[in-house]
Ligand binder design. Structure first.
Ligand code: AVJ
Length: 325
């Protein structure tokens, strides 16, 4: 029943690699400096992220899980038998809540987890296959874009693509728009899209979530430098950078920075890159946008992704929007 496909051909792998290299070069030579958030997720980073999800200050994961616990049944009822496609499935922990609901309702259904990390995907797919015997699993290893480009029409009655965890908050306005266009293009009429979004809330709650007491988020942020050191033979010294996350109330986004504690020269051998960083200079590593339900519904509607129902928690901290194409 279990199949795992690699979407990376040697050619696209090379293209991806080149565009990753270019991203880093561009980001570090720009002013202000940036490192793309996708560099967080090497093995160590993925592990640290799992730890973040357990922190008392980091409410998004458990809030979204509580919404799924309460409404997964209803979602499964609305869509009926379905092919479930998950973008960025990671360890598939929250997904189980959805799979359970579909399992109770249908004799059979199909799950397609998509993730760039082959290790995590394989491990969780194997585990799931053992637990859900009537489940057909077809994992895809690749980026969202590769996966969405290569999805062929489904033989199942309907398809639901879902994107949880407010990962969409990492996208710039332009990428957000492009992403929704792509989803809309891939879905056929009558298919569904389920989107998890973190909602706007007071600054002190947000800043606590990204500046936890145990320093796990700081370690997660600094790990991006270790990742670059390993990947590109770099010389970043982690002790000379400090983690900082602030909520930009105007842009309604968390911004995560690494601040240089001294003037230093960074060398990334494999990129043939040398950059100077001043004392106090910042590197932006992540934006995490916080959404408004009404605005997001309008945005989705404008892409022919029509909101059918919004599910939220009692504090209105997080929402899942179910849309029909
Ligand atoms: C996985 C992108 C949704 O933005 O909250 C957690 C990543 N960064 N703590 C988020 C993250 C710092 C997370 N997303």
């Amino acid at each position: 029943q279990l199949k795992i496909e690699y979407l990376q051909s040697p050619e696209t792998a090379k293209e991806t690699k080149n565009s990753f290299d270019q991203d880093i070069k561009k980001g570090l030579t720009e002013c202000p400096k940036k490192i793309p958030s996708k560099y967080f997720y090497d093995d160590q980073g993925s592990q640290l992220f799992e730890q973040i999800c357990e922190l008392s200050e980091y409410y998004p994961t458990r809030t979204e899980a509580s919404i799924l616990r309460q409404y997964a049944e209803e979602i499964a009822q609305i869509t009926g038998t379905c092919e479930l496609v998950e973008l960025g499935s990671g360890s598939s922990t929250k997904t189980r809540l959805l799979l359970d609901a579909y399992d109770r309702q249908n004799d059979m259904f199909k799950y397609m987890p998509i993730d760039v990390s082959a290790g995590i995907l394989q491990e969780s797919a194997l585990q799931l296959q053992q637990e859900y015997s009537s489940l057909k699993i077809q994992g895809l290893v690749g980026t969202y874009d590769q996966a969405l480009t290569q999805l062929t029409p489904t033989s199942w009655p309907t398809r639901m693509i879902f994107f949880l965890g407010s990962s969409i908050g990492n996208f710039s306005e332009i990428d957000y728009d492009r992403f929704l266009n792509k989803i809309s293009q891939v879905l056929e009429q009558g298919d569904y899209f389920l989107l998890g979004i973190d909602l706007q809330k007071p600054k002190f709650i947000l800043e606590a979530a990204y500046n936890d007491n145990k320093g796990i988020t700081a370690a997660f942020n600094l790990n991006i430098l270790s990742h670059l050191n390993r990947k590109f033979e770099g010389n970043f010294e982690l002790n000379y950078f400090k983690h900082r996350a602030i909520y930009n109330e105007e842009k309604k986004q968390i911004e995560m920075y690494l601040i240089s504690e001294k003037k230093q020269e960074i060398i990334l051998n494999k990129l043939d890159l040398k950059v100077n960083i001043d004392k106090g200079e910042t590197i932006l590593t992540e934006i995490s946008r916080k959404f408004d339900v009404e605005q997001t519904k309008h945005k989705l509607e404008s892409k022919q992704l029509n909101p059918v129902k919004v599910f939220t928690d009692e504090n209105n901290w997080f929402a899942l929007i179910l849309c029909k194409a």
